[in-house]
Ligand binder design. Structure first.
Ligand SMILES: Cc1cc2nc3c(=O)[nH]c(=O)nc-3n(C[C@H](O)[C@H](O)[C@H](O)COP(=O)(O)OP(=O)(O)OC[C@H]3O[C@@H](n4cnc5c(N)ncnc54)[C@H](O)[C@@H]3O)c2cc1C
Ligand code: SF4
Length: 568
């Protein structure tokens, strides 16, 4: 396959062979990359970048069309992903809607009104959209992988900051942003399918050794980048599998665990070592790691959950696996569910049957003491984690699901003070809420409400007392106040707390003697280096609970800093 790089004015055509793994050896990746950089520079100078797009009128010719979804009542029958793949021609039309804007807001990641809009990885979005439109799949994958370590994760779970900023989504264009997120997923899945994603083993090793603690997206991105630079990387992970919240947080229907596993196998083949069940600072020695390695990257996440403070909690009996008489933190619940999904799927695969929700529910009850089938589930927190608990509980056969949210319901449309391209502060009805509407006939979310009291019998929760709340300014301070006389008692068998996170778990930071800041995350001196010049940090452990794309971005940036430190 050939690619045609068109330069306006004095460069009519420069043809180079497509940069796939075989042909790249003829020219070398860097040579091809430099030609593309040069092209962008020249085109940028002459304000003629748009000329290189294969279909300049695509944004007018085609309407936005996202990947479909199976109907809620159908998809809740299992824990599988539920977005069917769009056919090739249609997907390429969606890529053709990209205008290759002179100011491509999609890749900007600028802060507007206090929130970032545009891709934090600064992905070369117009380039790979165009390559996708032209059917140059290897080219698209190659440009995508330049800036993005794991597009198969972000293509599934990212809330698509790029699309919220896309110029096609402005009120004048009026037909919605380019489907950047779905295009990204299509490109990377095609790359895996076609055999493009082969292990790339560094030709030369630097002899430097780096330990990465934590195998979430930040740790994996950091390890991947450093390994590609030729360093020897060992990842220590306290769980039995890699992925962090990608594995034991985000449910299987959003990101099937075999996708995480596929990437880990590739990284292993490329030379990254993994040590599982190694809880550094408890079971595994931080001192040993510090002595053995030239640099350490702490990427342990920010799993310390905000606790519920309601009356009656102390009366709940201690249960298995953190389930106290029917009260649990959301992430512990989601992790237990995923463990059962994996265990059941593996067992069932042997007899070629589909995973069965009832079996998962039974295992959850027997092994973790968590009962969902036929029970009333209440979730504290109306955000994304709460939504994941909602979708999981429905699949496990809950009799009813309610999500309690302190904040008011956001507007359906952007308000005048929140215009494009700012991040839209609008109501999102995610998959779990859609499934609740389909199954129970109503949105699970109840706004401006909090749990005032937990009611129990024999140490197990039976109901919660809620009360409406509102924010008021009292003595110049914004305060949450209860609305008297609005108490309600709701039956409850399982109370899941998804009320946010308050920083990282301290023990790992203490084991390495690195300082924590006021937000409970590891403080850094310059960008990613801690008070110990040999120890770096990235991801949620550094910036607080955030997004997968930010974890990957931080992991890559941290790796760059480690590389500078080791090679100077
Ligand atoms: C339920 C839930 C759903 C989410 N859904 C989305 C979503 O859909 N899209 C999105 O963009 N973001 C989502 N997020 C946020 C996103 O998952 C995180 O921002 C991201 O995973 C952070 O990556 P990380 O690598 O910094 O940390 P983590 O993913 O938390 O990984 C940290 C890893 O470090 C390991 N670890 C911790 N301490 C030690 C130790 N002492 N020794 C060894 N290993 C250790 C942990 O076991 C874990 O594997 C979600 C978060 C939650 C809680
Ligand atoms: S802002 Fe939208 S239309 Fe413009 S280059 Fe980015 S994805 Fe394409």
């Amino acid at each position: 396959m050939r690619i045609s790089v068109q330069l306006p004015l004095f460069f009519s055509h420069i043809d180079i062979w497509a940069p796939n793994r075989d042909n790249i050896s003829i020219y070398g990746k860097d040579a091809v990359d430099n030609i593309l950089k040069f092209r962008d520079f020249v085109c940028g100078v002459f304000f003629l970048r748009g000329l290189k797009m294969g279909k300049p009128t695509g944004f007018m010719d085609y309407q936005r069309m996202e990947n479909g979804s199976f109907e809620p009542l159908q998809r809740i029958k299992n824990f599988k992903e539920f977005h069917p793949v769009m056919e090739d021609e249609k997907r390429r039309e969606q890529a053709a809607r990209c205008m290759n804007c002179g100011v491509p807001m999609c890749q900007s990641a600028i802060k507007l009104a206090g929130m970032v809009t545009g891709c934090p990885l600064h992905n070369y979005i117009p380039e790979w959209n165009d390559a996708l439109f032209r059917g140059q799949y290897d080219m698209a994958a190659w440009r995508l992988l330049k800036t993005s370590s794991f597009p198969e994760f972000t293509g599934r779970v990212c809330p698509a900051l790029c699309e919220k900023a896309c110029n096609c989504g402005n009120p004048v264009c009026n037909d919605g942003p380019v489907t950047v997120h779905d295009n990204e997923l299509y490109i990377i899945e095609k790359a895996f399918e076609s055999g493009y994603m082969k292990p790339e083993i560094p030709a030369v090793r630097s002899g430097k050794k780096i330990a990465v603690v934590g195998a979430g997206p930040a740790g994996l991105a950091c390890a991947d980048w450093l390994n590609r630079r030729g360093h020897n990387v060992t990842v220590y992970e306290r769980e039995d599998k890699a992925g962090g919240l990608l594995m034991y947080g985000i449910p299987n229907m959003k990101l099937e665990k075999k996708i995480v596993d596929r990437r880990i196998q590739l990284m292993k083949a490329e030379g990254v070592d993994f040590v599982f069940n190694a809880d550094v600072g408890r079971g595994a020695s931080a001192e040993h790691i510090l002595n053995e390695f030239d640099a350490v990257a702490l990427c342990c996440g920010a799993k310390k959950a905000r606790a519920l403070t309601a009356e009656g909690i102390k009366d709940l009996a201690k249960g298995k696996q953190g389930a106290e008489g029917g009260l649990m933190f959301a992430v512990d619940f989601l992790k237990a569910v995923t463990k059962c999904v994996i265990a059941t799927s593996e067992a069932l695969e042997k007899v070629s049957m589909e995973a069965d929700n009832k079996q998962i529910s039974l295992m959850l009850s027997q092994q973790y003491g968590i009962d969902v089938e036929g029970k009333n589930v209440i979730i504290v927190g109306g955000g994304d984690t709460g939504n994941d608990c909602c979708g999981s509980s429905i699949r496990l056969g809950a009799a009813g699901v309610t999500q309690i949210e302190m904040m008011p319901c956001p507007p359906v449309e952007r308000t005048p003070d929140n215009p494009w391209p700012q991040w839209p502060k609008t109501l999102k009805t995610d998959y779990g809420a859609q499934e609740s509407i389909a199954k129970f006939g109503h949105d699970p979310r109840v706004y401006e409400t909090t749990v005032k009291e937990v009611i129990s019998e024999n140490g197990h929760i039976t109901a919660v007392k809620t009360i409406e709340v509102e924010f008021k300014t009292i003595d110049g301070k914004r305060q949450l106040v209860e609305r008297q006389g609005t108490e309600k008692t709701l039956p409850c068998d399982l109370l899941l707390v998804a009320a946010g996170f308050v920083g990282c778990e301290e023990y790992t930071a203490q084991a390495f003697d690195v300082e924590l800041g006021p937000r409970g995350t590891v403080s850094t001196q310059a960008s990613y280096v801690t008070n110990n010049p040999k120890i770096f940090t990235a991801g949620d452990m550094h910036r607080g609970q955030s997004l997968v794309v930010w974890a990957i971005s931080e992991g890559r940036e941290c790796a760059r800093e480690i590389d500078d430190f080791l090679m100077k």
